[in-house]
Design a protein around this ligand. Structure first.
Ligand code: ZN
Length: 118
């Protein structure tokens, strides 16, 4: 969200991660840790026979601890309903109840009106 609002610099965020899918070289942990993702042999981790691998589990634990979000849970849902449906669900889940803007899953607030996530 910070990206689409042009707030990356202001929020001191790196212009890297675009989400739970390896898209390019900027995905640092993927580049470092996973040959399949790096060589684009898979697009989502759940396509891997080792899913969820130790690297992904560590990554997941960190995000649960720091952001109360589980990339593995997201990946399982994407596998179940498809990326398009998952995105629609996320848009609904993170819609600001006050102004209809988008809540930031990391900062836990609406970048449009400042509404704090519960
Ligand atoms: Zn809002």
């Amino acid at each position: 969200m910070a990206r689409s609002k042009g707030l990356l610099k202001e929020k001191h965020l790196k212009d890297g991660c675009k989400g739970c899918r390896a898209q390019d070289k900027k995905c640092a942990w993927v580049k470092r840790d996973c040959v399949l993702l790096r060589k684009h042999q898979i697009a989502f981790c759940f396509e891997c026979p080792n899913f969820p691998c130790e690297n992904l589990k560590k990554f997941d634990e960190r995000h649960i601890r720091e952001d109360q979000l589980s990339p593995i849970e997201n990946l399982l849902r994407i596998k179940e309903v498809g990326a398009r449906q998952w995105l629609a669900e996320q848009a609904e889940a993170w819609k600001c109840p006050q102004c209809g803007g988008n809540l930031c899953v990391i900062d836990r607030e609406c970048y449009d009106c400042g509404y704090p996530c519960p």
